[in-house]
Design a protein. Sequence first.
Length: 211
Amino acid sequence: MTEYPFAFDVQDVELDYNMEQVPEKVASTTKTSSDEALIDCVNTYGDVDLRYMSAVSALSMETLVLDLRGTAIFQDPAAFEDADAWSIEEGWLVAPRYLSGNIPAKYALAVQMNQRFPGCFAANIAALEHLLPPEPEMEQIHASLGATWLPSWIYSAFIAQLLQLDQAPTVFYNRELTTWRVEANEAMRSSVRNKYTYGTEELPAVKIIDD
């Protein structure tokens, strides 16, 4: 038997449950399809419970998952982040609940956990790929000078390239005052680009940037 049997061959899955663990009212209610069992389960418990669904439909949990996974239900990889082994029973969510929220983060986790439990979250990856927002083009990215979300080394590299400096200056950000400060050396202050191209002797480029 493979390490994660359900990912490749559902006939290899070993189930460990008995009817005594299912509520008594289930015995008098029989659903004929996976969809009906899911609707009944959500209406009853507000969640996906494969044990309950298997009991009311007389369908195995493997059959339920094969019928519903990737369309109506998804197994949340987050349920297995601290788990030592994958389980067919845990972590199931209805599709609208799983396919919402932070899609890039869910996609990254699905990829990570699918590597850990091969094949178990392939359906998640396929569905989330269609929902990933497009990567922005470079011309769509705009940052104003002084934007606080940029790290200081970005400003340092920008100044070095703008003024054609051999050594990038040190740039400091004061969180309390929300101000930036450029530590200018002599080479920077005497730069032609600093005093004439992008500034003047009275108002050099470094001063403009600093303000």
